[in-house]
Design a protein around this ligand. Structure first.
Ligand code: HEC
Ligand code: HEC
Ligand code: HEC
Ligand code: HEC
Ligand code: HEC
Length: 240
């Protein structure tokens, strides 16, 4: 173990011990303390490798690698800023399942055509929409903005039901011309809120209101109690 030289003091103490050991007719080439030191240095090396791996993992999972904060191109340049911000269409008009199921649900071409069979019908921008609305036409495939790995279980309805607003996880979608992800969706992000949901709880009727701010004197405890919020951090909650 020449990789880590013991400090002079330890070395000297070691030599003296070794000499004394030799005098007692039990020749000891390395003193016990060297064992400790070599064990420490092996441990140090392992620790170093683990730390290196951790830094690597952090880099790979940093937002720039997981697509967060980058607007995602779509076959039709649908704008939440326009449809939600300006036209004030409710989330549930298009994401119809968000209150009852794990999956929020995505609008079909028919939902868009409720308006666009009248408005902007001939716009080239809407060509893929018209195509997909045709009898037997290809469905409109939206590119995913958020995507958890398969081994993670997520459910929209429980979050909505417990008074967690869309904005806590998706940000100000109503200001986005194209949609992007505003949080990493990493495990520690989920856990931060599960440990401390009071920063996020709101009255249920404000869940879809992205602009809602707690009024002065707002007491989250009231809603934590009212909705019986008990967010858990045990592994099986999200890894089933
Ligand atoms: C008029 C229909 C419509 C309304 C209303 C609407 N959305 Fe969407 N939403 C879409 C479409 C279409 C997409 C797919 C294109 C995209 O990602 O921008 C989408 C995508 C999303 C995504 C990204 C999905 C993914 O791939 O990860 C989020 C998050 C989202 N919407 C949240 C909201 C919220 C929150 C509201 C209400 C404040 C809302 N939407 C209202 C039509 C709508
Ligand atoms: C409730 C009515 C309504 C629904 C539903 C609706 N739109 Fe629109 N959309 C409009 C209006 C109004 C405009 C703006 C027209 C204008 O400004 O002249 C618009 C504009 C657009 C534009 C032009 C670009 C922009 O935003 O300025 C696109 C693209 C578009 N919509 C796509 C969609 C898609 C895709 C869907 C279905 C997911 C959809 N719309 C659903 C009413 C609607
Ligand atoms: C607690 C955080 C959280 C809240 C609150 C939340 N979402 Fe999501 N949303 C997510 C995550 C995480 C995903 C990705 C799910 C996946 O990949 O399986 C997602 C995905 C989506 C998608 C894509 C389709 C899907 O279900 O995978 C839409 C649309 C969406 N959210 C809309 C909404 C709307 C509308 C609201 C408010 C009513 C809302 N979300 C509230 C975390 C949240
Ligand atoms: C902004 C706060 C917040 C964020 C972020 C959040 N959660 Fe939650 N989550 C909650 C609350 C509050 C509950 C409800 C707990 C209860 O009372 O049962 C919950 C419940 C759940 C449940 C249901 C638990 C059960 O008992 O069945 C699952 C699964 C879950 N969350 C997964 C996730 C995952 C995965 C993420 C990250 C991608 C996430 N959550 C991010 C607040 C949050
Ligand atoms: C609130 C939801 C939630 C809980 C609780 C949770 N996880 Fe995760 N976990 C996630 C999400 C989301 C990911 C994927 C995103 C990521 O890479 O962080 C993940 C990823 C992982 C991974 C893959 C490696 C990685 O970091 O990418 C492992 C291993 C893991 N979790 C183990 C655990 C263990 C062990 C526990 C219990 C102590 C646990 N998780 C509890 C949400 C959760």
């Amino acid at each position: 173990m020449s990789a880590t030289l013991p400090s002079d003091g330890v070395a000297r103490a070691g030599r003296e011990e070794a000499q004394r050991g030799a005098e007692t007719a039990m020749p000891q080439i390395f003193h016990r303390s060297f064992n400790v030191i070599s064990r420490v240095s092996i441990f140090g090396a392992i620790f170093f490798l683990v730390a290196l791996g951790w830094v690597g993992a952090k880099t790979v999972r940093s937002p720039s690698y997981t697509n967060a904060f980058t607007a995602v191109e779509q076959p039709v340049p649908f704008s939440h800023r326009h449809h939600v911000g300006d036209l004030k269409i409710d989330c549930r008009y298009c994401h119809t399942a968000v209150e009852e199921s794990a999956f929020a649900g995505m609008p079909t071409s028919k939902t868009c055509m409720n308006c666009h069979s009248q408005i902007w019908f001939r716009s080239p921008m809407l060509a893929p929409l018209r195509e997909s609305y045709r009898e037997g036409g290809p469905p409109l495939e939206w590119n995913r903005v958020h995507q958890l790995p398969d081994f993670v279980y997520f459910n929209h309805s429980i979050h909505i039901h417990k008074g967690i607003g869309c904005v806590s996880c998706h940000g100000r979608v109503d200001e986005m011309p194209l949609t992007w992800q505003v949080h990493t969706l990493h495990m520690d992000w989920c856990l931060d809120c599960h440990r401390d949901p009071e920063k996020h709880v709101r009255p249920r009727q404000q869940v879809f209101n992205l602009a809602w701010e707690p009024p002065p004197g707002f007491d989250p405890e009231v809603y934590l109690k009212k909705y019986k919020v008990k967010s858990k951090t045990s592994c099986s909650v999200c890894h089933r």
